[in-house]
Design a protein around this ligand. Structure first.
Ligand SMILES: Nc1ncnc2c1ncn2[C@@H]1O[C@H](COP(=O)(O)OP(=O)(O)OP(=O)(O)O)[C@@H](O)[C@H]1O
Ligand SMILES: [Mg+2]
Length: 351
């Protein structure tokens, strides 16, 4: 038995969740990132998990062909990693025959998963970027989920200045575009067209602004069809077949995905949908959501704001989470941060 995508004529899984240079909606961030590199600056790429940091880093490495790149995933570095050695290993053939100690094209250093970086490596990298007699590194890009840089000195932050790029959450149309690009098959076939628009809306809402989840959930739909129907897979044999909202919902529910984030109301206008969505939350819940839309909050902040105990806060958060209305948003001083989910934000629930 081969996997679903081979049956549909793909060599590899088009919905693979690993970093992929096919990014949507990040043109401005890409341009800024390239500009910082060209100017030889230090900059910081920040964004939620699955928001495309590693993918964007992959894309700019491909575009800056005339640069030497050193890409480090701080989580995967060997214990004895040595930046000096790494720099030397980037010398090309001509550098070596000319007995150059370092690459003639000064490398750009990219550190992904920066929160896991060893402090000494950071000091070494900064010195190699800054010291006039060294200047072995042209530019440094660091990337991580949390916006708080814990492992750097104030001096490093000073050099970083305000060069922080925050990856946005994509809007619904951009999320759909990811699938449209990924599901293009051979000979003009595009399996994106096998998904009814309401099925797509459901997938996008469940993914809650996280492209990685969108890919994962869409994979479940294709995988299910293949395993259930085998040679009679309607995706392949029935030219007019469409995955409906109901079909998609059932498949996602089987995989324990919380499908409550999106309510499909047949033949309803957008305004009526919004009203129906608002009906799903009590007045108090809507007050919470409006508060959580102003930025992420810890349970302590919530308990102070609404004058209730922290254990009640946890209970309320659980209720909102079950409705797909709040998501975790990193940590602040070891305390869990919460924010309104992108889907709720887009709907702008009114109190
Ligand atoms: N803007 C986007 N356009 C298209 N695909 C995207 C986008 N953002 C993320 N993806 C896809 O989602 C998956 C996860 O993205 P990626 O690994 O780049 O995220 P990340 O921000 O590095 O996450 P993490 O912080 O967990 O490492 C990848 O397959 C990527 O191609
Ligand atoms: Mg990453």
């Amino acid at each position: 038995m081969s996997p679903w995508y081979e049956q549909l004529g793909f060599k590899a899984n088009p919905l693979d969740v690993r970093p992929n240079p096919l990014v949507v909606g990040l043109e401005r961030q890409e341009e800024q990132l390239v500009n910082h590199v060209l100017k030889g600056e230090i900059c910081f790429l920040n964004g939620l998990t699955g928001s495309g940091k590693s993918s964007l880093l992959m894309k700019i490495q491909g575009n800056l062909r005339n640069h030497t790149m050193i890409y480090l995933d701080a989580q995967e570095l060997p214990k004895d990693f040595n930046l000096e050695k790494e720099l030397k290993s980037k010398r090309n053939f001509f550098d070596r025959i000319r007995f150059k100690k370092y690459p003639s094209k000064t490398p750009v250093l990219i550190i992904d998963e920066f929160q896991a970086t060893d402090k000494n490596l950071i000091l070494d990298a900064r010195a190699k970027w800054e010291n006039p007699d060294e200047r072995k590194i042209k530019s440094i890009i660091i990337a991580q989920i949390s916006k708080y840089l814990k492992n750097v000195t104030p001096a490093f932050k000073e050099r970083l200045g305000s060069r922080t790029l925050l990856l946005p959450t994509l809007d619904d149309e951009e999320m759909k575009e990811i699938l449209n690009l990924r599901l293009k098959g051979r000979r003009g076939a595009n399996y994106y067209n096998k998904l009814h628009n309401e099925a797509l809306n459901l997938l996008v809402a469940c993914a809650d602004g996280n492209p990685r989840k969108l890919l994962e959930y869409t994979d479940m739909i294709f995988d299910f069809h293949y395993r259930k129907f085998k040679h009679n897979n309607p995706m392949l044999v029935n030219p007019t077949y469409l995955v409906t909202y109901w079909g998609a919902k059932e498949i996602l529910e089987l995989q324990k995905v919380n499908v409550n984030a999106y309510v499909y109301l047949e033949k309803e206008t957008k305004k009526r949908k919004l009203q129906a969505f608002e009906k799903r939350f009590s007045k108090q819940q809507r007050e919470w959501l409006v508060f959580l839309m102003t930025g992420s909050k810890t349970t302590t902040e919530l308990s102070r704001n609404f004058k209730i105990s922290e254990s009640t806060v946890w209970m309320k958060l659980r209720e909102l989470k079950a409705k797909g209305a709040v998501v975790k948003a990193g940590k602040k001083q070891r305390k869990q941060l919460w924010q309104a989910s992108p889907h709720v934000k887009r709907l702008r629930v009114r109190v």
